[in-house]
Design a protein around this ligand. Structure first.
Ligand code: SF4
Length: 367
């Protein structure tokens, strides 16, 4: 297998190019062709010599992802890609389009159509994977149910964003946000994930804003501490899912190693040291963690912490018997948080008709 071009940061690419007798300027040109012009392979590097293009083609893989499946949800708002990697392993990447309402100032010159158009604003978010399968084995997660196969390289992570970005660009659209919430535990592949972030945010290339990236972890305390110490601008999300060890142990095996007390201490420390808010994800499972007691305990646990809670009705998976909280319980749970002043949103279920829940499609393909 050839090394993936996206595995290199600009310095590594520059070192390689200068070692081969070319100038650093050539490296910058290649970098910009890939990350600014969205060129797919050296045949599109028209500003480089034929000789250098050939050398790049011989040496590097420029297409580490082949589209195995491209599914679109019935509402047209979600695309799920099943990618085949160079070693035939499969991962998922999801593109989600949110159309949010704006409140325009309508002046007398506006036609009705113009006013209506101004009400809609598209936000394009890509949800990317960091591992093939996942070692964390969370009970309700299709990826966890697959087991762990391997971690992705930085280049395989970057390539997912490049693919979606190029697709959007071909339609005159732009990628707005990256969420690292797909298959895998990002903090169990920390170095590759953070290298990918650096590559994507390099101002000479794609120049993505760190603040538009969210990394979600199930709660690997030493890596949260490292992430805090490194003072990244990337948003941090923690999959909490329960306010007590007794309940969390049942659904997140990692809780036995990193119990709630140490996890929440690391989270509190993160918010204090970085002065940033933290996002807690809470999957509501009927009869397990969706009653008043759990909501009340959650409020007490999070009291005073600058945070937001994202409530997610459970996505059904084949190997987990639990079911999602119904609307009544979801709203009751939310109202307890509202009363206690904990900012809280309900995540919409998107793309259920195309198995857009993390790992569902890849798990189906590997079973
Ligand atoms: S929820 Fe996240 S951490 Fe847990 S098994 Fe699934 S992918 Fe891994």
């Amino acid at each position: 297998m050839k090394p993936i071009i996206y595995d290199l940061n600009l310095k590594e690419l520059t070192d390689l190019i200068t070692e081969s007798g070319k100038s650093a300027y050539h490296a910058k040109q290649i970098w910009q062709m890939i990350y600014r012009q969205s060129a797919e392979d050296p045949s599109e590097f028209s500003n480089l010599s034929e000789d250098l293009r050939q050398k790049l083609s011989d040496r590097f893989c420029f297409k580490p992802l082949s589209v195995e499946k491209d599914l679109k949800s019935a509402d047209g708002q979600t695309n799920k890609f099943l990618f085949r990697l160079q070693d035939d392993r499969k991962i998922e990447t999801v593109l989600i389009r949110y159309t949010s309402l704006r409140f325009p100032t309508i002046n007398s010159n506006d036609t009705m159509t113009e006013s209506v158009l101004k009400l809609e604003r598209e936000r394009n978010t890509v949800c990317i994977s960091t591992q093939v399968g996942c070692p964390m084995n969370c009970a309700f997660c299709a990826t966890g149910q697959m087991g762990f196969i391997r971690s992705l390289s930085a280049g395989e992570i970057v390539a997912q964003v490049v693919f979606v970005s190029r697709l959007l660009k071909s339609k005159g659209l732009k990628l707005g946000n990256i969420v690292v919430m797909g298959m895998g535990e990002p903090f169990y592949n920390y170095d590759a994930v953070m290298k990918a972030v650096d590559i994507l945010c390099d101002p000479k290339g794609m120049g993505f804003s760190e603040r538009k990236i969210t990394i979600s972890t199930v709660g690997i305390v030493p890596r949260i501490e490292q992430f805090t110490a490194e003072k990244h601008q990337v948003n941090l999300a923690v999959s909490l899912h329960a306010p007590s060890n007794a309940v969390r142990d049942q659904i997140i095996p990692a809780n036995k190693k990193y119990p709630l007390e140490s996890l929440l201490e690391a989270c509190r420390n993160y918010t204090e040291k970085t002065e940033r808010r933290i996002l807690f994800e809470y999957t509501l499972i009927h009869g397990l963690n969706d009653d008043y007691e759990n909501a009340d305990l959650l409020c007490r646990r999070l009291k005073g912490m600058p945070c937001q809670v994202n409530l997610i009705p459970l996505n059904d998976t084949k190997k987990y018997e639990g079911s999602g909280a119904d609307q009544d319980r979801l709203q009751s749970f939310k109202s307890v948080l509202d009363k206690n002043g904990i900012p809280c949103t309900v995540r919409l279920k998107r793309g259920i008709d195309i198995d857009a829940g993390c790992g569902q499609l890849a798990a189906e393909q590997s079973s």
